[in-house]
Design a protein around this ligand. Structure first.
Ligand SMILES: [Mg+2]
Length: 236
């Protein structure tokens, strides 16, 4: 089980991102592209494609990419505008059109650690809110993933779907006491620190990836001023 530093976590609600925190989503998305290289070959930078990628064996590989946006990393550099638009559309389409994608995506090892922590009476957590940006096509499969993987405590788990361009701070602002936030995307972390008035004294945990290592010193200071502790953990 993944070990988390829980010494400073206070009472309240746990707020969790889903993609690439609870579920190895991008890795499976990469597999879908890898399986159709015949389609993607004209627009994909071959340097990013290993000779043999296996989703379950190489699950961390796509997370080691240096830029958050998946298409920015995957696409060739010298594409025309039309080729780039085509490439971005193909990359999004293969993700969105797979309605049942979360039926095949592996759960991250942090899930049993979170359940264990939630059940630990000394913490007195109120509930778990999974706040996840979603395409309509994935609602059913995402919900089933959460029900399956949080089955033992599902009555204490609330799922808050947000629109693709909605700020997560707007979604969590009505939670009374936020105690712990786990998210992999720095822009979300900065949004929480800037705009959430209900996270003072909380802990933010970030799974360490290639694209989120360089957290801004300015934001670490802002977090410190609000008594928010920010720490990384390793996926494996
Ligand atoms: Mg995420």
């Amino acid at each position: 089980m993944l070990k988390l530093d829980t010494t400073s976590i206070k009472t309240g609600t746990i707020v969790l991102d889903m993609d690439d925190v609870l579920a190895f989503t991008t890795s499976y998305w990469f597999k879908l592209i890898y399986d159709r290289l015949d389609v993607f070959e004209p627009v994909i930078n071959k340097n990013m494609i290993p000779d043999d990628y296996e989703y379950n064996k190489d699950i961390y590989y796509p997370m080691e990419r240096p830029t958050y946006y998946f298409a920015d990393w995957l696409l060739k550099n010298n594409l025309t505008t039309d080729e780039e638009l085509f490439g971005r559309k193909c990359i999004m389409d293969i993700f969105i059109s797979n309605n049942n994608i979360y039926d095949y995506i592996s759960p991250a090892p942090i899930i049993p650690s979170i359940i264990d922590m939630f059940n630990n009476k000394s913490f007195k957590f109120d509930k778990i809110c999974i706040v996840t940006r979603s395409f309509d096509e994935h609602y059913l499969s995402k919900t089933a993933f959460i029900k399956r993987n949080f089955a033992s405590i599902i009555d204490n788990v609330e799922i808050l779907f947000t629109d693709i361009d909605e700020k997560k701070s707007d979604v969590i602002k009505n939670i009374e006491h936020v105690s712990l936030i786990i998210d992999d995307e720095l822009s979300n972390i900065y949004d929480y620190i800037d705009n959430s008035t209900n996270i003072e004294g909380s802990t933010i945990l970030i799974p360490r990836t290639g694209y989120n290592q360089d957290i801004s010193k300015e934001y670490l200071k802002k977090a410190n001023d609000k008594k928010i502790s920010v720490n990384y953990y390793s996926y494996n």
